[in-house]
Design a protein around this ligand. Structure first.
Ligand SMILES: Nc1ncnc2c1ncn2[C@@H]1O[C@H](COP(=O)(O)OP(=O)(O)OP(=O)(O)O)[C@@H](O)[C@H]1O
Length: 360
């Protein structure tokens, strides 16, 4: 199980001895870094010569304790390589990583004591063991006496709607339930920093909602620090305080969800009409920011980004061109718009998320 980090952090390893890590001194002998994670100048190249791929290119960012940070990027942007570098599964070529103030990479596995991960939407749970046995197992290999955290396990099972299945072998569960067991297992040992790659993959709407609210609660009430990677923008928008966007191995944005949304300050208008012929479309494109057009039966549907006055001008233009408006809808900009404008990638997104705002 390469994604299971098993060692315990020792008091001396939590020294927070780098001045760049702010510390809070609840106990003078054991200052706690307010940074759960500091990544500086990480680079990783795979292969050599013409076949070389610079998967991660001089990446730096930091994550505060108790915050939820989203890691976004199109396929191949370098997210998994970055997370694996942080976890010590992949060895970076350059840069440094500090976890709770302690440098990774000097052989001290203890730095990973309070870190755990669910990679690529799954975890190697033991399918022959029951749900509760899995939680106890992962607590044990995390260095925790499972009896001492049984109340925590009960709460996790309850929050994730798994109580009724607590004594059922994992192999008998649905895919969505297995996914929730994976998450519960990651949290079973009391890790303080967790990496979740596509945590809602395969979950139905209700389970996804439950899991999102549980992640928010764990961060807000238990001080858990979460780095979550997903192609589903609605998950990121819902759960994360901050978003780090990667493209071609580099960070192209690192900001709060609200600040990122403000970058996309223009609404999108979706207009359907049978009169949107090639000539009219060309005149619209010359004057407005037409984001797309699509034939739908006898009509054409276009999407145009337009703010206040632009919207009036667009409507005037359509009236002057005798374009009958069959259907008009506007949508607020969302994280997907920001993502596409930052990375130029509209394909790596969850289709349902891309369409959902039009039905709101
Ligand atoms: N072990 C490897 N050997 C060679 N190339 C690799 C290896 N792992 C990743 N890469 C390459 O590094 C780049 C970044 O891949 P990575 O898996 O980190 O991206 P990602 O953002 O996680 O993508 P996805 O969203 O598809 O999971 C890609 O071009 C990928 O092909």
């Amino acid at each position: 199980m390469e994604d299971t980090v098993v060692t315990r952090r020792t008091p001396e390893s939590d020294s927070g001895d780098d001045p760049r890590d702010a510390t809070v001194g609840t106990d003078a002998s054991r200052p706690r870094s307010t940074r759960a994670l500091v990544v500086e100048g990480i680079s990783k190249r795979f292969g050599s010569g013409d076949d070389a791929v610079l998967a991660v290119d001089d990446v730096s960012f930091a994550v505060d304790r108790g915050s939820v940070v989203g890691l976004l990027g199109p396929n191949g942007a370098g997210k998994t390589t970055l997370i694996k570098s942080i976890l010590g599964i992949v060895f970076a070529d350059a840069g440094s990583i500090r976890i709770f103030g302690t440098e990774v990479g000097d052989g001290r596995r203890t730095v990973y004591a309070d870190v755990d991960a669910m990679l690529e939407g799954a975890r190697n749970d033991y399918w022959r063991l029951t749900v509760r046995e899995n939680l106890r197992y992962f607590a044990t290999i995390g260095g925790v006496d499972p009896d001492s955290v049984s109340a925590r396990h009960d709460r996790l099972l309850e929050r994730l709607d798994l109580t009724e299945k607590a004594d059922t072998p994992v192999r008998e569960l649905s895919r969505g339930m297995k996914q929730k067991v994976s998450l519960a297992s990651v949290l079973a040992g009391g890790a303080e920093l967790v990496f979740l790659d596509e945590p809602t993959l395969g979950l139905d709407v209700e389970s996804s909602r439950t899991l999102r609210s549980e992640l928010r609660r764990l961060a807000a009430e238990d001080g858990l620090t979460i780095v979550v990677s997903s192609h589903d923008m609605s998950v990121i928008e819902d759960v994360c305080d901050r978003v780090v966007v990667m493209s071609d191995g580099r960070i192209v944005a690192d900001d709060t969800v609200d600040a990122l949304l403000q970058r996309a300050d223009r609404n999108t208008v979706r207009i359907t009409s049978p009169d949107l012929d090639d000539e009219t479309l060309a005149s619209l494109r010359a004057q407005f920011d037409v984001r797309g057009s699509e034939r739908r039966g006898d009509s054409v549907r276009i999407e145009v980004a337009a703010a206040g006055d632009e919207l009036y001008a667009l409507m005037d233009h359509l009236r002057d061109a005798d374009v009958a408006l069959e259907h008009v809808r506007t949508a607020e900009p969302d994280l997907e718009d920001v993502f596409v404008s930052l990375t130029g990638d509209a394909n790596g997104l969850a289709g349902s998320a891309a369409e959902s705002r039009w039905s709101q």
